[in-house]
Write a protein that binds this ligand. Structure first.
Ligand code: SAH
Ligand code: SF4
Ligand code: F3S
Length: 471
């Protein structure tokens, strides 16, 4: 079904294409270089692939070296305070570079820019910044960049509401085997600690037909794995109001030839339907891995967090998933030190860890975010107590992760080879369907292939093995 009203009008994208042409033309064949740093989640990483796509169409090439860049751009995150502090640190350091090279264009975009006080602070403190834009108008980047180059003025363009979905923005993907595909934007959940709904807007789902087209092209271009992205990916389709569900989308993507593995994140427990559990169980390409954040084990804290489930409901859900999909690997996110978290509340969090036995867990110290309800709550927890609890969680989880990994010793696993390991040229790396990282000695012909590896060593975060055969 055509739903033109939720899309950025094709004319708008056409207009951006024209700006891409104009910027390219204006460089008069001279090579311009850009340096792009990304903070935050996969959604932001993928947005940066769109920035890279637009930039390469404008004739820019990437450089690691800020000193030789004509354009430096930071795609920012504000989910926790330390993410913001890093960006301010970088911006401060650029002042000298800009004074030495006034032609340099410095741009900042992404989630941080959707907060008025951040934009005001940058305007006041980091006057060497030339371009500020937000998450909702990323597709307008060519026009905004042109405006900076043309006028030499500071350009600030932030949309306060989400507007429509921009289809057909150029993308330059970092990887040739795995691809991220955003299937929905925004979040409606308003967990009381979280800034994301304020900076990413309401939930908007792309149409199945548009997503399918994108994945078809990926499959035809040699990509083997797609990760479908959404802040709350399993609520995909609800806003379309035509009975589209995330499970239905998985059935469609499963048909795409060339694609061998499908992953998705992040799922919210409240939207984990039986249909989705059966889709993971039944669809051959959908990997047996579920990232299912529980955030806290205490029902009282979960209520304060506005998570809409209890400890018992979460555990029941996990037991149902484990029963339906015996080979499922589970990962999660946890926050320690939410306001008012007592020792007993924390014990409940440890209890869930021990009962579920996740393959791995991402643990975060609660960070106060201005504008969220939790930031106004009393009983904020002392940093030392947060850190103590954090260490304890890590200790418990690391020993569970290691025990789970031990079960792989001597076993054969099928992995999709992603590339060379970062630390050693002879060592290649890939993942099992359950998302375990496996390192082995290989050669570059196996990149993008599914191979069998026999596991003979285990680490907390990865497995080591010998390649047995190519499929
Ligand atoms: N939409 C996803 C991801 C949100 S951000 C989800 O709901 O899971 C990723 C993780 O950051 C969250 O799962 C949460 O554990 C953590 N997080 C979000 N806000 C935070 C805050 N204010 N302080 C500490 N951790 C936070
Ligand atoms: Fe934030 Fe909650 Fe939405 Fe995740 S589901 S992005 S934690 S508000
Ligand atoms: Fe950060 Fe924005 Fe992602 S706040 S976690 S980059 S959605």
């Amino acid at each position: 079904m055509e739903r033109k009203n939720i899309h950025v009008l094709p004319e708008e994208i056409e207009k951006q294409r024209e700006y891409i042409g104009i910027v390219k033309e204006a460089s008069k064949g001279q090579i311009r270089k850009y340096h792009l740093s990304t903070f935050g989640c996969q959604m932001n990483e993928h947005d940066s692939e769109k920035l890279a796509g637009m930039l390469s169409n404008m004739g820019y090439i990437e450089t690691d070296n800020t000193k030789e860049a004509h354009l430096i751009i930071y795609n920012t995150c504000c989910v926790r305070e330390n993410a913001e502090l890093k960006v301010y640190g970088h911006l401060g350091a650029l002042k000298k570079l800009k004074s030495e090279n006034p032609e340099l264009v410095i741009a900042v975009c992404g989630c941080m820019m959707q907060q008025e006080e951040v934009v005001n602070h940058i305007k006041k403190t980091y006057r060497h910044v030339d371009l500020i834009f937000g998450t909702h108008n990323l597709h307008k980047f060519p026009e905004l960049l042109f405006s900076v180059l043309d006028t030499n003025n500071t350009v600030i363009d932030i949309w306060n509401t989400e507007g429509r979905i921009a289809e057909n923005v150029p993308v330059e993907r970092k990887d040739g085997v795995k691809a991220w595909v955003t299937v929905m934007y925004g979040c409606n959940n308003y967990c009381s600690y979280c800034i994301v709904p304020y900076v990413r807007g309401r939930e908007r789902s792309r149409l199945i037909v548009d997503i399918k087209n994108e994945v078809d092209i990926l499959g035809a271009n040699g990509f083997k794995e797609v990760t479908l992205l959404g802040q709350n990916v399993n609520s995909y389709g609800k806003d379309l109001q035509d009975n589209t569900t995330f499970a239905k989308l998985l059935y469609e993507i499963n048909k795409v030839s060339g694609i061998e593995r499908i992953r998705f994140m992040t799922s919210h427990p409240k939207d984990l339907s039986d249909d989705l559990i059966y889709a993971i169980r039944d669809l051959d390409k959908v990997c047996e891995h579920l990232h299912l954040p529980f955030q806290s084990g205490s029902t009282r804290i979960l209520r304060e967090m506005n998570r809409k489930y209890t400890k018992e409901e979460y555990l029941e859900l996990v037991y149902k998933v484990k029963e339906s999909i015996p080979r499922i690997s589970l990962t999660t996110d946890i926050i320690v030190g939410f306001p008012g978290e007592t020792k007993e509340d924390f014990e409940d969090t440890l209890d869930i860890l021990k009962k579920v036995r996740f393959d791995s867990a991402y643990t975060f110290l609660y960070s106060k975010r201005t504008g969220t309800p939790a930031s106004k709550m009393e009983n904020q927890i002392y940093e030392e107590i947060k850190k103590e609890r954090f260490e304890k969680l890590l200790e418990v989880q690391n020993s569970i992760s290691k025990e789970i990994n031990k079960e792989y010793l001597g076993k054969k696993v099928e992995i999709l080879v992603e590339g060379i390991s970062k630390t050693n040229d002879n060592i290649y790396t890939g993942r099992t369907r359950g998302n375990k990282i496996v390192n082995f000695e290989g050669n570059k012909d196996c990149i993008g292939e599914v191979v069998t590896v026999s596991i003979d060593e285990i680490r907390t975060w990865s497995l080591e093995g010998r390649i047995l055969k190519n499929h």
